[in-house]
Write a protein that binds this ligand. Structure first.
Ligand code: ATP
Ligand code: MG
Length: 412
């Protein structure tokens, strides 16, 4: 299948008072059309930095090397090192323009913690509307004239916009009939509604239809659009955020910690919502980021496990969750309780993430790894191709379970 996003040897450093923080170190990842790529890893492993790189939204103190290509467009500024200032400025301007074309229209993002960033003094409607307006989603409406509302074809097109997306996509004959009936009813209703309205009100109605359609796709009931953020549950707010991400019908949605801060029942509902987007083909390709293994395992068809700015293991869920070959993944999987083994003990991974200002020479996980040997501290591990789509960054290609059990015994 077609590769939508290709991340090639991407590294990011942040300049800080303490020094240069190495947030990403040579990331290679692909997102293919029709795939959900899951990214898991502990806090600080570089998940959000990866996501922000894809939209060119890293802060000014970031230094980026490597490349990110969306379809055939280069969307990373790797010209920062070009010595000619004029060339550099020109490259920067071209890149900004390219990114502006892609951001939200092609790739949109559900930002980490966004649902807590709603402005408390504005209704949800106004805040979602702002997203539409910023991205000129209503620009075609502003050109509409009175006669555009008389034409049958136009009315159908507008009714089409209002129709429930999940019905529209169904192919069976049965649904076709329902669909036609719904359209006929909508066209009729629209015709009646429009009769007495001013042109300005007509446009406003279409604007609202467009917004409400996004809301419905995200499972956000449009009747809550006029609520204030504090009047909504966390789950509803998150659906509002998802609606914003769907506003411009993007090809790819990046969801950064979409369920964090929600109770477990609401988490399950949001996961179902995201799955629904894929099943209804509203969004065919996604990147889902979470520190929660469960969230990623329920959604992804490919999984990348990150640690200290490197991808430690990449593979299909069966490789990562059932048969991990990298000791970090193995330890991570064993540090979570499994649903069917309630009595199994939960082991955290002892130790802490290495200093990213002065990272270790060899494997970044070596100081915490139950399998580490001298070479691990000395040399960067090779990226092993274990099978077609299964890769591991490790000096070893097999897990030594005995050593894991021994390490647990001594740490208890
Ligand atoms: P979390 O699960 O907590 O969201 P994450 O995997 O998303 O973590 P990132 O936010 O990508 O991690 O951060 C990676 C590293 O880069 C961390 O060490 C973080 O402190 C550092 N970092 C991120 N943003 C900045 C910044 N603007 N300036 C300096 N350092 C930063
Ligand atoms: Mg993050």
């Amino acid at each position: 299948s077609k590769t939508l996003i290709k991340i090639d040897n991407l590294s990011v450093h942040f300049r800080t008072f303490e020094g240069r923080v190495q947030a990403l170190n040579g990331i290679n990842l692909d997102l293919n059309e029709g795939e959900i790529l899951g990214i898991i890893g502990e806090s600080g492993s570089g998940k959000s930095t990866t996501a922000l790189s894809l939209l060119g939204l890293l802060p000014d103190n970031a230094e980026v090397t490597g490349s990110v290509v969306y379809l055939d467009k280069d969307i990373i500024n790797s010209n920062d090192t070009v010595s000619d200032k004029k060339m550099r400025v020109k490259a920067r301007r071209m890149l900004d323009q390219r990114l502006a074309e892609i951001r939200w229209k092609e790739i949109s993002m559900i930002f980490q913690g966004a649902m807590n960033a709603f402005n408390p003094v504005h209704t949800i409607r106004n805040q979602i509307k702002e997203v539409f307006e910023i991205h000129n989603t209503f620009s075609d409406l502003s050109n509409l004239k009175e006669e555009d509302f008389i034409d049958e074809g136009n009315l159908r097109a507008r009714a089409n916009e209002m129709a429930l997306e999940d019905i529209k996509d169904k192919e069976s004959a049965e649904f076709k009939i329902i669909e036609d009936k719904i359209y006929d009813e909508m066209v009729e209703k629209l015709r009646n509604d429009l009769k007495t309205m001013s042109l300005k009100d007509k446009k406003r109605l279409l604007e609202n239809n467009r917004m409400e359609s996004s809301c419905r796709k995200a499972g956000f009931n449009p009747k809550f659009l006029d609520a204030y953020p504090h009047e909504l549950s966390g789950g509803m707010k998150q659906r509002g955020i998802i609606a914003m991400a769907l506003a411009l019908n993007p090809k790819v949605v990046i969801a950064d910690e979409p369920t964090t801060g929600l109770d477990v029942i609401t988490q399950a509902k949001i996961i179902k919502e995201l799955k629904g987007l894929k099943d209804s083909k509203t969004i065919r390709s996604m990147i889902v980021i979470s520190h929660d293994v469960g969230v990623v395992s329920q959604l992804a068809n490919y999984v990348a496990v990150m640690y200290a700015g490197r991808v430690m293991e990449y593979g299909e869920p069966k490789d990562i969750f059932v048969n991990p070959r990298n000791p970090y993944t193995y330890a991570l999987m064993h540090s979570y309780p499994s649903i069917d083994a309630t009595k199994q003990r939960i082991h955290g991974i002892p130790g802490s993430v290495p200093d990213l200002i002065d990272p270790p020479k060899g494997c970044y996980f070596a100081s915490r790894c139950f399998m580490a040997e001298e070479i691990c501290h000395r040399e960067k591990p090779p990226l092993r191709n274990l099978s077609q789509d299964h890769k591991s960054l490790c000096h070893f290609d097999q897990i030594d379970e005995e050593r894991y059990l021994n390490a647990q015994r001594y740490s208890d």
